[in-house]
Design a protein around this ligand. Structure first.
Ligand code: DON
Length: 304
């Protein structure tokens, strides 16, 4: 028998059909070509049961939703104290692609904006394997299937990556980038081009909801303390300069990506993922935010 949860997810999609404001990201040409009407939603419980509706098999690039996982990996590798020396945990109140350095310490404000994410990518231990390969292995463990890079997206963003390169050179000059700027940005852009669908993302979010343990395999991928720290940073900084609106309206730690995905985490309960390419002025999926708001209201996800 079809689960009533699937009927409910179909309803969420149908009832947010009117949210057609915004455009697909256009500063990465390959994303501008995306079909703006694709839509999908998935939930994964901490027991690993996934419910998904809409264009569930459609893959898109993970983009900034990779940032929490790269940050968590850097913490596992270097320890929290060392990572906090390089990257702050304060909301920047600015757009995701601003430099947003603390004027006193020279640190990028947080690891969810591009500057902080480039710094986090550079902190991943690459002695034996490249940071990108380690991240792909991590994404594959999280999604419980082999995750690969969308090479067309990576090439498209590399060809238009001047702004991120600029950020990386400024970070380097402030002593907060441990790698050569060009290679750091190339690695970060490949990290963002990993290709996923909403089921993968719901499982990734559910791993965070489950305190760092992948629900299907039982593998501990992040320490409990590291996961708690990460979720706190996602709650305050994950939705950029819309973080306050998000936390009051939806009320769970989250992260968006410019391809149109958003993940949300209700600790101890469920991971949520939505996808719709049209973006609001903050660079978050407009219909994705509407779907998350409905889920939060209907299922009582709000933490407060
Ligand atoms: O660095 C960039 O601009 C992209 N690779 C990622 C930005 C992003 O996903 C912003 N989020 N909504």
């Amino acid at each position: 028998m079809r689960s009533p949860i699937l009927d409910y997810l179909d309803t969420i999609i149908a009832e947010t059909e009117h949210v057609v404001s915004g455009e697909s990201a256009d500063y990465i040409p390959e994303l501008a070509a995306a079909d703006p009407d694709r839509v999908a939603v998935a939930l994964c419980t901490v027991n690993g049961t996934v419910y998904a509706s809409g264009d569930t098999g459609h893959r898109f690039s993970i983009q900034s939703m990779s940032k929490p996982f790269a940050y968590a990996l850097a913490i596992e590798d270097r320890g929290l104290e060392s990572v906090l020396h390089h990257i702050g945990v304060e909301p920047s109140g600015e757009a995701f692609n601003e430099l947003s350095l603390d004027p006193e310490t020279g640190q990028p404000r947080n690891p969810m904006i591009n500057a902080g994410a480039i710094a986090a990518h550079s902190l991943i231990d690459d002695d034996r394997q490249s940071a990108v390969d380690r991240l792909l292995a991590l994404f594959s463990q999280l999604a419980d299937r082999p995750v690969e890079i969308d090479e067309a997206v990576a090439a498209s963003e590399l060809a238009t990556g001047d702004r991120n390169l600029g950020l990386a050179y400024l970070l380097h000059s402030s002593g907060r980038l441990t790698r050569e700027p060009r290679s750091a940005v190339e690695g970060y852009i490949r990290q963002c081009a990993a290709s996923v669908d909403v089921r993968d993302l719901a499982l990734m979010a559910a791993t965070l909801a489950n305190g760092g343990v992948q629900p299907n395999t039982g593998d501990r991928l992040f320490s409990r303390a590291g996961t708690r720290h990460l979720l706190s940073v996602m709650a305050s900084c994950g939705m950029y300069d819309a973080a306050g609106d998000w936390l009051t309206a939806v009320g769970i730690p989250a992260k968006s990506g410019v391809a149109g995905g958003i993940i949300g985490v209700l600790p101890g309960q469920v991971g949520v993922a939505v996808f719709s390419p049209r973006l609001d002025p903050h660079g978050n999926s407009a219909r994705g935010v509407a779907m998350m708001q409905r889920l939060s209201d209907d299922l009582g996800l709000h933490l407060m």
